[in-house]
Design a protein around this ligand. Structure first.
Ligand code: G4P
Length: 317
């Protein structure tokens, strides 16, 4: 899916993370969206933070399917130097559990002399400001920003010997897995002008039909689910997205579906499982390898052609 965004602020965030590593970093909290835990995970983060222990926090669990959240927690917990937990960023007690998990990941740090230095990262709109507000105990970080607004690193002292460093929400320059692009757009992580809403809504319908068909039927009073575009049209009719003359404005229908999904009005829905994500990742890697092989073959063929030309022109002489 084509996504149009400006990578400038990604570069400055990447630099901010590198600077934090240089200045001292003990634990990385990666805040993930529990509705899309694989797609919302930054593929560049591990390399940027050079293998520091990691706490994966599946936020917005109130919007996600609890059974699939449990599967993702198992998946992440099985990774080396990694812990995983799910939370709703607004809740106080699980946020305290997060501090405890960080302390356990770096047991040798966390006193006045050797403070625990924790970096929190996440995609735009994942709930980072909300969580920080909860952790800090007052409205220290602003919530409800438009995705993609740049801020510099901020430091919060959560307890004696516990420093939390916040970086701006970051996406990465190129999303190699097509499904991830759709899921990120559906979740609200990508600014609305950067993608085609109807295309994203059709992909969301495909996922919902496969995994939660009854939710679609109940929410929009649909007796049967036909082809994806027929479902979107039916949603448009239910939501009054018809223009004079009877045609349905598909972008309005798409907008209505995406708003409902983001607000949780279709119920608790997770868009992907660890197994699906692994298969997509593999397919994307195979495709990259195929493209690299084809480019290399073309380069060699070109080289051969040029040297053949040179030989024949020196033979002519
Ligand atoms: P960010 O800093 O990562 O960009 O995200 P932010 O905290 O601004 O949160 C983005 C939106 O997600 C906010 O909604 C926020 O209320 C909501 N949110 C954060 N955590 C959770 C959670 O655990 N569950 C649910 N359901 N929602 C969560 P908003 O409508 O954009 O802003 P607001 O009107 O709530 O301030």
């Amino acid at each position: 899916m084509p996504i149009n965004w400006f990578p400038g602020h990604m570069n400055s965030t990447r630099q901010a993370i590198k600077d934090r590593v240089k200045a001292g970093l003990d634990v990385v909290i990666e805040l993930l969206d529990a509705r899309l835990p694989g797609s919302s995970s930054n593929p560049l983060l591990a390399a940027l933070t050079t293998g520091r222990p990691s706490l994966k926090v599946l936020n917005k669990q109130d919007l996600a399917d609890p059974a699939v959240t449990a599967a993702w927690l198992d998946f992440y917990s099985a990774q080396p130097h990694t812990r995983a937990m799910a939370l709703d960023a607004g809740e106080k007690t699980p946020a305290r559990a997060l501090i405890k998990a960080c302390r356990e990941l770096a047991p040798l740090r966390g006193d006045m002399h050797k403070p625990l230095r924790v970096l929190i990262c996440g995609i735009p709109n994942v709930g980072k400001s909300t969580l920080i507000n909860t952790l800090v105990g007052k409205r220290a970080a602003k919530t409800g920003d438009e995705p993609g607004i740049t801020k510099l690193e901020q430091k919060f002292v959560l307890e004696n010997g516990f420093y939390l460093f916040d970086t701006p929400g970051m996406l990465w320059p190129r999303i190699a897995i097509e499904q991830s692009g759709y899921h990120l757009a559906a979740s609200g992580a990508i600014g609305r002008n950067a993608f085609d809403e109807a295309e994203v809504a059709l992909e969301l319908i495909a996922v919902l039909k496969r995994r939660y068909p009854e939710r679609l039927q109940q929410r929009y009073g649909l007796v049967e689910l036909g082809a994806d575009d027929a479902v979107l049209e039916a949603i448009g009719i239910k939501r009054g997205a018809k223009v004079r003359g009877g045609a349905v404005q598909m972008h309005k229908a798409a907008e209505a579906l995406l708003i409902d999904y983001r607000q949780g009005l279709l119920g608790r829905i997770t868009l992907e499982t660890p197994e699906e994500m692994a298969a997509w990742r593999q397919a994307a890697a195979d495709e990259e390898a195929r493209k690299a092989d084809a480019a290399e073959a073309a380069r060699l063929a070109d080289k051969e052609r040029r040297s053949g030309k040179r030989k024949s022109s020196s033979g002519d002489a």
